[in-house]
Write a protein that binds this ligand. Structure first.
Ligand SMILES: Nc1ncnc2c1ncn2[C@@H]1O[C@H](COP(=O)(O)OP(=O)(O)OP(=O)(O)O)[C@@H](O)[C@H]1O
Length: 413
């Protein structure tokens, strides 16, 4: 990474070693901005998310540290996530990144660490709210829940109906994109250096707010998918890991923010061969959380098409989890002792006060039952056949209709 690397990621002390060596709050610099690390917020497979404070302004941020131990391929994946953050910005319901950097590992030539600076959401995520409800024996006021749900649908609309940005020639050439994919290791190194140079130029020119900031800057999977599509043309992306833990709550308590864009991929994917079917199935196994994963991803069929309806399924599971406390298939497999995947593939789930949905039994009225109109939203999203699920426009229309029928919740906070 050389001197550019040190300019780009001017870490005051090595991030991890300083945490060990200095009893006070460790500091780090990202592109000449200094931050104090306050605490760990959460962790995922290869990442840690820290709460950090701008040393000058005392503003709080979340810093995602993605360790890339397997060389360029894993760097490329992390950079794909960075790229995704820039794609939809600004959107009121999709997280954006404030800055990013790539640091070479001093002890391992292959390993790198990608840092992504994000806005900090102090209220946590929807899963935290579900957990609090379970502990306190409370439930979401229905109207408030559906307002949150509508916000998530709007975030998905931006992804499912993404419009390609840029002027003529903005899209990259297909040949070049294919080369990037083919010569992954070499090209990924080039991508990292490209990012460094662009970031370095931006900072030198004091041009951080340039419009280009909103444009993809990598020829990775996300951008390549825009090949051949004119500016303004539609290029759908699926999030592929919709779940309560990936929906942050903004400070107003009413605005959901969709995050964790690392799993996002262009859509649709026609499954043209058995090997592609297996590849898509494996990727789903890595990137989407099982209790929220659509049935067509458990057993990917050659000749089928995987599209944005996978997100609609996950939305249905998410809404159910907000109402009941866990994914419908987790609940059903806990209840029956059966395997989760069998429950998903068979569409075997139920509301706690009802018979299995499979049997199409009518809802039995209960005291503090969930409104039928909300149950219907879950049922529509959880159609085993993807084509029977509503698309995001239909879903927004349905949810807006539900909101019209729901009374005010009283306390809105
Ligand atoms: N911007 C943020 N503000 C506050 N907390 C955050 C923020 N981003 C992430 N977190 C916390 O860190 C946790 C892990 O974040 P994230 O989901 O991005 O990591 P991940 O490695 O992609 O996780 P996963 O394994 O679920 O894909 C979140 O569940 C959340 O609790």
């Amino acid at each position: 990474m050389g001197s550019l690397g040190s300019y780009f990621m001017d870490v005051v002390y090595s991030f991890t070693s300083c945490m060990v060596c200095f009893p006070g709050s460790p500091n780090l610099k990202i592109n000449s901005r200094s931050f104090k690390i306050l605490r760990l917020l959460g962790e995922g497979g290869f990442s840690y998310v820290y709460l950090v404070e701008d040393s000058k302004t005392h503003e709080l941020f979340a810093l995602k540290k993605i360790r890339c131990p397997f060389g360029q391929e894993s760097v490329s994946l992390a950079l794909k996530e960075v790229e995704a953050y820039t794609l939809f910005s600004p959107h009121p319901n999709i997280i954006h990144s404030i800055d990013y950097s790539v640091e070479a590992d001093k002890s391992d030539d292959q390993a790198k660490t990608v840092y992504i600076l994000l806005p900090y959401y102090r209220r946590g995520n929807l899963q935290d709210m579900i957990n609090a409800n379970l502990v306190n024996h409370t439930k979401f006021p229905e109207r408030r829940l559906m307002v949150l749900f509508l916000g998530v649908c709007k975030a998905l609309k931006a992804m499912h109906q993404y419009k390609v940005k840029g002027g003529p020639g903005g899209a990259k050439s297909l040949g070049k994109a294919k080369k990037v994919r083919k010569e992954a290791a070499m090209a990924d190194q080039e991508l990292v250096e490209n990012m460094e140079m662009r970031a370095s130029r931006r900072h030198r020119e004091g041009d951080d707010d340039d419009e280009q900031e909103n444009e993809p800057f990598l020829e990775a999977e996300v951008t390549m998918a825009q090949e051949g599509i004119a500016p303004g043309g539609e290029r759908a992306y699926a999030h592929r890991d919709i779940k309560p833990g990936n929906i942050m709550i903004d400070d107003d308590g009413k605005t959901p923010i969709l995050m964790d864009l690392g799993s996002m991929a262009p859509s649709p994917t026609p499954i043209t061969s058995r090997s592609l079917a297996l590849q898509v199935q494996d990727t789903a196994g890595e990137h989407s959380t099982m209790p929220y994963r659509a049935p067509e991803l458990f057993d990917v069929k050659t000749g089928s098409v995987i599209d944005t309806k996978v997100d609609v399924w996950s939305l249905g599971c998410t809404l159910y989890a907000c109402l009941v406390g866990k994914s419908p298939f987790e609940a059903r497999s806990d209840e029956t002792g059966g395997s989760l995947s069998i429950c998903v593939l068979g569409g075997d789930w139920r509301f706690p006060d009802e018979g299995p949905q499979r049997g199409k039994q009518k809802a039995a009225p209960a005291e503090d039952a969930i409104s039928d109109s909300i149950k219907d939203v879950v049922r529509k999203c959880l159609a085993v056949e993807p084509s029977e699920r509503p698309d995001v426009d239909e879903l927004i229309h349905i949810v807006q209709g539900v909101l019209e029928t729901l009374p005010e919740d009283g306390s809105e906070d």
